[in-house]
Write a protein that binds this ligand. Structure first.
Ligand code: ADP
Ligand code: MG
Length: 232
């Protein structure tokens, strides 16, 4: 079993630059998309070229949208939320995709609310990334377990996403979260970097426990906002 803690200022510059670049790429890309559509209508005999062009544009599009998430959360979008609700929503969202891969998502969200101060969309994005990776790691099906609990000693809400997939070899663990590190043919290698950045922006931590051939567990720790809520 491997364990990994992230340094809080790692790749700060990379993140800020990436978000800025992504923003600049967005607008021209939208224009290109529109004109490619028009061109395709005029050149129906070249449809095989357009298929490639469109799929490559989609790729740029998914890379830029992942990078855009690197921007700091806007303080006005920060709300105290029950993390259980966020996780329930994300699990439901990915349920169909999971079933198609013969995977069950089990939610063990506990009796007590886990209040965190967060930008809902960004935190959702983190768990979408983690659960998607879990699905993609389980070629032969299996179970994903999603849990939320309160760590009172550390005043943290702890969420876990555990899978029974291929696992991550020990020597690869250090590469997790580095930009463009991917072992997938169609991967971007940005999902985890973005997730680390988002959790860091929320003053949280991500820990990874993995064993090749057995499975992987991602643990997210976020400051408990429950007490803050009672006091205010
Ligand atoms: P991508 O999914 O596009 O490859 P990510 O940043 O989401 O990019 O993940 C980077 C790499 O980390 C993956 O390609 C995979 O090798 C590894 N990885 C992430 N999550 C898991 C997991 N749950 N099980 C096994 N490997 C994983
Ligand atoms: Mg991914």
């Amino acid at each position: 079993t491997q364990e990994l803690f992230r340094q809080s200022d790692k790749m700060k510059a990379v993140g800020q630059m990436a978000a800025g670049l992504a923003h600049e790429i967005r607008n021209p890309l939208t224009a290109i998309k529109g004109f490619v559509q028009l061109a395709e209508m005029q050149l129906p005999s070249k449809s095989e070229y357009f298929t490639i062009i469109k799929s490559e544009i989609e790729r740029i599009d998914s890379i830029t949208s992942e990078m855009l998430m690197l921007a700091k959360p806007n303080p006005s979008r920060m709300k105290v939320m029950d993390l259980r609700g966020v996780l329930k929503g994300v699990s439901q969202l990915l349920e169909t995709q999971a079933i198609l891969s013969n995977i069950e998502i089990h939610c063990r969200l506990g009796e007590e609310p886990g209040f965190v101060l967060c930008d809902e969309n960004q935190v959702k994005q983190v768990f979408v990334n983690l659960i998607k990776n879990a699905i993609e790691a389980m070629k032969y099906g299996g179970a994903i377990t999603v849990t939320v609990c309160i760590d009172r000693d550390n005043a943290e809400i702890v969420a876990e996403v555990k899978d029974e997939g291929c696992g991550i070899p020990e020597e690869q663990i250090a590469k997790i979260g580095q930009p463009f590190y991917t072992t997938k043919e169609k991967g971007t290698g940005l999902g985890l970097m973005v997730s680390y950045k988002i959790i860091e922006n929320h003053r949280g931590k991500i820990e990874v426990y993995s064993e090749a051939g057995v499975g992987t567990k991602f643990r997210i720790r976020l400051p408990d906002a429950g007490r803050q809520r009672l006091n205010s």
